[in-house]
Design a binder for this molecule. Structure first.
Ligand code: DC
Length: 261
C-alpha cells in the first residue's frame, strides 16, 4: 500500500516563508529532498483542476493538496455541530481552527482525514457542497485554513489546487496555472461524471448551480476567485486531461521544477 502522508493542524503557528522558484530550482534536480516548492493550480468549479493537479503531482512526485476538500471538511463539521453560516460565524471559525487535517494517499487514491476520520466521501454530498461556499466566505475560517495550507509546503513540495493559491496562499509559487473552461463544458463534465457514477442528473440544474457557485466564489469580499497576474491561463475546452497535464509538465520543466516533462 502506497501511503504518502501530509499532516497539519490549523492551530500551529510556525513562521512561514513563501516558496520561491529559486529554492525549487536548487533542490529538485538532484536527489536532495525538495522543500518549499509549490505548484499552484486555481480555477472555477469543474475546470478539471483536480484531475490535472493529481496527475501532475503524481508525475512530479509531489504531494497533492486539495484545498477545496479542507473548506468542505470545515462545512461538514459545522453541519454536524448544527452551526449555520451568517448566524454562527465565530463558532465555525473556532471549530475550523481546531481541525487536524491529514492528506494521505491510500492505494493510489488521495484521502483527507480530519481528526483521524476519513471524510473523503462525506464531504462530497450535495448538502456539504452547498454549505462549503458560505463557510469558505467567512474571513476567519479562511485565515485558519490558509495558515494550515502554508505550513503544508514548508517541508514538502506540493501541487495545491484551489481558488486563491496563486493570489493569496502562495503568491511566490514556483508555477501558477489558472485553469478555465466554458460554463457549458464544465457543466457537461459534471453531468457526465454523475451519470458514470449511476446518479440521476439534470444538465440544466448542474449548469444553474455551477453559475451560482461561480458568482459567489468570484464576488466574495475575501480572496475571490481570480487569475494571478503571473499565472499561465490554460483553457481546457477541447483539450483532453492528458493534454492539459502535458502543458503543465512542460511549464514545470521550463521553470526547472522537474528534470523532465
Ligand atoms: O473546489 P471545491 O468545489 O471542492 O471547493 C469547495 C468550496 O470551497 C467552493 O465553494 C470554493 C471554496 N474554495 C475556496 O474558497 N478556496 C479554495 N482555495 C478552495 C475552495
Amino acid at each position: 500500500m502506497k501511503r504518502n502522508k501530509a499532516r497539519f493542524k490549523t492551530t500551529r503557528r510556525a513562521g512561514f516563508q513563501p516558496a520561491n522558484a529559486a529554492r525549487a530550482k536548487l533542490e529538485t534536480a538532484s536527489s536532495a529532498p525538495v522543500t518549499g516548492c509549490v505548484v499552484a493550480i486555481d480555477g472555477p468549479a469543474g475546470s478539471g483542476k483536480s484531475t490535472v493537479a493529481k496527475a501532475v503531482a503524481d508525475r512530479a512526485g509531489f504531494t497533492y493538496i486539495d484545498t477545496g476538500a479542507m473548506y468542505r471538511a470545515a462545512a461538514y463539521r459545522a453541519m454536524k455541530a448544527g452551526l449555520s453560516p451568517s448566524q454562527d460565524d465565530e463558532a465555525i471559525a473556532a471549530l475550523a481552527a481546531e481541525l487536524d487535517f491529514e492528506f494521505r494517499t491510500v492505494d493510489g487514491e488521495p484521502k483527507l482525514f480530519v481528526d483521524g476520520e476519513d471524510v473523503s466521501v462525506v464531504i462530497r454530498t450535495p448538502q456539504v457542497s452547498q454549505l462549503s461556499s458560505p463557510v469558505s466566505a467567512i474571513p476567519a475560517v479562511r485565515e485558519h485554513l490558509v495558515a494550515a495550507q502554508r505550513r503544508m509546503a514548508e517541508r514538502i513540495p506540493v501541487v495545491m489546487e484551489g481558488r486563491d493559491i496563486g493570489t493569496v496562499v502562495f503568491p511566490d509559487a514556483a508555477v501558477k496555472v489558472f485553469l478555465t473552461a466554458s460554463a457549458e463544458e464544465r457543466a457537461r463534465r459534471r453531468y457526465q461524471q454523475r451519470l458514470e457514477r449511476g446518479e440521476e442528473a439534470s444538465y440544466e440544474e448542474i449548469l444553474a448551480a455551477q453559475l451560482e457557485r461561480d458568482r459567489r466564489d468570484c464576488s466574495r469580499a475575501v480572496a475571490p476567485l481570480r487569475k494571478a497576474e503571473d499565472a499561465i491561463e490554460i483553457d481546457s475546452d477541447g483539450l483532453t486531461a492528458d493534454e492539459v497535464v502535458a502543458e503543465v509538465m512542460k511549464l514545470l520543466a521550463a521553470r526547472g521544477v522537474v528534470d523532465r516533462e
